[in-house]
Design a protein around this ligand. Structure first.
Ligand code: F3S
Length: 770
């Protein structure tokens, strides 16, 4: 009652509100009407069994401690990570997915000359992989969005995300969908397989970080500045273990796509995900994207059941406040997204830090910032510059997020304006954002530092053009666009002018944009759209050639042998070690479906603490090897190994190869000062043992070549992990002396089962067969 019935043909695109609200009422009854945050409402209404998971009192005490077993509503996978997710799904022997799912071909498309040329060559290069993905989609009833259709997160926002939905995506920027009020979490392929097989998906009950937005966004400030500023405050680790929930009167001045930008980059502060309460802007966006009935259903769920915003008195673990009226554009980087500088300080900081004074390129778009609003604001600045007779001073690239956005921009004259003003419009795909930038002006091997301005979300070394000396400064599309006309790190468009060739001065006016196209969105070219409701077809054959160097069927990992784990320290990693360091992207993306081949990239970006070298590890007799080469040697010798590292190990993406490859190459334990959440989970899913030092200074007592052996693992396993605890590790030095250190683990009962079975997939496969 008091809910809107969604017609059958739209049901896969709307959260099952009646069911979710029923569960929420049960949760309220169990917890004696404890006021809930929005994130709790969405998560707990997706619990498999609220009675088992939730206490009747002190509900907040479970945050950060209790594992929740959840039933997500849908799964989205991008082409690079979908390969391994589907190879794993295939090993379970199921005939179709348990929840609606989609595949998006976006990461494998190169950006170089522009859409038409790049798409043809990328399809030719990756045909085998796209054919594999399409055949899996056809066989298992998954919706297939082919190359050129758009970037996963943009397509999800345009089609699938909705207030109150809970979804998983095999990409770390899946939280982008939170802009439309959902809980969308980035995971590895093995986690996606949980949802695809209907196995409850486990998540530790997150803490909730409330961000109160006050004031009103205006002039040069943009949604990007909310998150770039927040990244500066919280750092790349500040959101770990939290869901970020925005609230406050400032939210109503944001567009839905602006909220998506903010949620997208919540990944950069390590947050589990981010979300917004139901807004009029959500209803406007849903209607504009052909989902008026979903808007009505959401509105009824919000109004009649208060499902889509926090309860009065809901408790946040922390609250931060940002006044949008005072918000200034920020520029974040280089090499880390939390090094945040307000534009007014950027010039002086860049001099102090010796950053390049000439900017070498500007790139806008990507999954983070390619909305109609972003592009109309950028084009407004292009038009201002063009009317003043200015020409771009540096190369300018525009990446539309989807065919729908591209076609709408084309109809409304924006693509022409960009192109007429020197921009190269790339395919609707990830391209330069993920290292698929065939950059012509600066060679990959250049030793000279260069700086680019982008509206992307991530800026680890070598991420964009494969060049470790390219500094990527992340900022709003508006700031990037003005930089195209200045090219000078000292330029602040809010206060400074640009000198024209005739010596006169030109100053930009604050940009103005349009939230949603007046004439509605245009779908664009039909060939980029999949059938609305895919059906499984068991007669479809999924082909994987045994001689392929791109795809390889998986062999199950061996189950645990029931003994303590004894390992040699292969290497001590120094400092930042992101998933880009552990499993590099760029050229390696092509091997995502071939575990053996991609494993040659394992930890090649990591720095050896003992020698300062990158990709260098030493055998027990002192012989130097590349890191993966030594792993392979030790694997062949039957010598299990451990890697020791520092803080936030595995920061960055949901890349499960960063867990699969070490496991494949004979790794048993990763021992660190702290983990990034997704990566720690990925390690557990692949049957590895992730441990953290109880006493961080023990990191200094361990050297490469030491023998580390667990003591009490069998007990811990017998107790089903006990949802985390301590584990002793005996360290034997090369001279025979030894001592014992304390470490911590966070293994739940199910994760112990994965460890025992050899991997989560082995466990699911075993369970579905019995
Ligand atoms: Fe693609 Fe970059 Fe987004 S790689 S999914 S455009 S973060």
């Amino acid at each position: 009652k008091n809910l809107v019935q969604v017609p059958a043909e739209m049901q896969s695109r709307a959260p099952p509100y009646a069911k979710l609200i029923g569960k929420l009422e049960l949760v309220k009854a169990i917890t004696n009407n404890t006021p809930l945050t929005l994130a709790e409402k969405i998560l707990y209404s997706h619990l498999c069994n609220p009675e088992e998971s939730l206490p009747s009192s002190n509900l907040h005490d479970i945050r950060g401690l209790q594992y929740l077993k959840l039933n997500p509503d849908r799964v989205a996978m991008q082409d690079a990570s979908a390969q391994m997710a589907l190879l794993q799904f295939m090993t379970t022997g199921l005939a179709q997915t348990s929840v609606p799912a989609s595949i998006h071909c976006d990461h494998l498309i190169v950006g170089k000359d522009g859409e038409s040329q790049d798409l043809v060559s990328s399809i030719a290069t990756n045909k085998e992989v796209f054919d594999f993905l399409q055949s899996c989609a056809d066989k298992y009833g998954i919706q297939f969005w082919g190359p050129g259709s758009g970037i996963i997160h943009q397509i999800v926002l345009e089609n699938f995300s909705a207030p109150g939905l809970m979804m998983l995506g095999t990409d770390s920027h899946t939280p982008n969908a939170g802009g439309l009020g959902s809980i969308a979490i980035g995971v590895g392929g093995a986690d996606a397989v949980d949802a695809l097989t209907g196995t409850p998906w486990e998540l530790k009950a997150p803490k909730i970080l409330g961000v109160k937005l006050t004031g009103k966004m205006q002039n040069w400030a943009s949604p990007k500045d909310v998150i770039t500023k927040l990244a500066g405050i919280l750092t790349v680790r500040g959101g770990t273990g939290y869901i970020v929930e925005y609230f406050g009167e400032g939210v109503s001045s944001l567009s839905c796509t602006g909220m998506a930008t903010i949620c997208n980059m919540g990944a950069e502060i390590g947050a589990t995900t981010s979300t917004f309460p139901y807004q009029e802007a959500h209803a406007r966006y849903l209607r504009a994207t052909g989902r008026g009935v979903v808007a009505e259903a959401a509105e009824a769920a919000a109004k009649n059941y208060n499902f889509l915003s926090a309860d009065e008195g809901a408790q946040y673990d922390k609250v931060l406040e940002i006044n949008l009226s005072e918000l200034e554009p920020h520029v974040n980087g280089p090499f880390t997204p939390d090094l945040s500088t307000p534009i007014s300080d950027f010039g002086s900081t860049s001099l102090k830090e010796n950053w390049p004074q000439k900017i070498s390129a500007g790139l806008i778009g990507s999954c983070t910032n390619s909305s109609y609003q972003d592009m109309t604001r950028a084009v407004d600045l292009v038009r201002q510059a063009s009317s003043a007779g200015l020409k771009p001073r540096i190369p300018f690239f525009v990446t539309p997020g989807s065919e729908q956005i591209r076609a709408t921009l084309e109809r409304d004259g924006l693509i022409k304006t960009f192109k007429d003003n020197g921009a190269i419009v790339l395919a609707n795909a990830c391209g330069p954002c993920i290292g698929q930038w065939d950059r012509q002006d600066v060679p990959k091997t250049s030793k000279e530092t260069n700086a680019i301005f982008t509206s992307f979300n991530r800026n680890f070394r070598a991420r964009n053009d494969g060049n470790r000396n390219t500094m990527n400064f992340l900022t709003s599309p508006e700031m990037v666009t003005t930089m195209i006309y200045s090219g000078d790190a000292q330029f602040n468009p809010i206060t400074d002018s640009i000198t024209r060739e005739d010596g006169s001065e030109f100053k930009f006016e604050p940009p103005s944009g349009i939230e949603l196209p007046h004439e509605g969105f245009l779908q664009g070219r039909k060939e980029f759209y999949p059938p609305k409701e895919p059906k499984p077809d068991s007669s479809v054959e999924v082909k994987v050639s045994p001689t392929s160097d791109r795809l390889q069927l998986l062999e199950p990992f061996k189950p645990w042998d029931g003994k303590e784990v004894k390992t040699h320290v292969l290497m001590k990693v120094e400092g930042k070690c992101t998933t880009d360091h552990i499993s590099a992207a760029g050229v390696w993306l092509k091997y995502k479906g071939h575990l053996e081949n991609i494993s040659y990239n394992t930890l090649i970006g990591a720095q050896n603490k003992e020698t300062g070298e990158v990709n260098k590890a030493y055998d027990l007799d002192g012989t130097a090897f590349g890191i993966p080469e030594l792993m392979i040697k030790w694997k062949n010798e039957g010598r299990p190994w451990i890697v020791v590292a520092e803080h936030n190990y595995g920061e960055g993406s949901a890349r499960e190869h960063a867990a699969l490859s070490p496991r494949f190459l004979g790794g048993k334990i990763i021992l660190v000062k702290s983990f990034a959440r997704i990566h720690e989970t990925n390690l557990k899913k692949q049957g590895m043992l992730p441990l953290t030092f109880s006493n961080e200074s023990d990191y200094d007592r361990i050297s490469s070549g030491d023998v580390l052996e667990t003591s009490g693992l069998t007990d811990m396993i017998a107790k089903d992990g006990n949802n985390g605890g301590e584990l002793d590790v005996k360290v034997t030095k090369k001279d025979g002396s030894s001592f014992t250190i304390k470490t911590k683990h966070t293994m739940s009962k199910d994760q112990i089962s994965f460890f025992k079975a050899g991997s989560a997939i082995n466990f699911i496969g075993d369970s579905s067969r019995t």
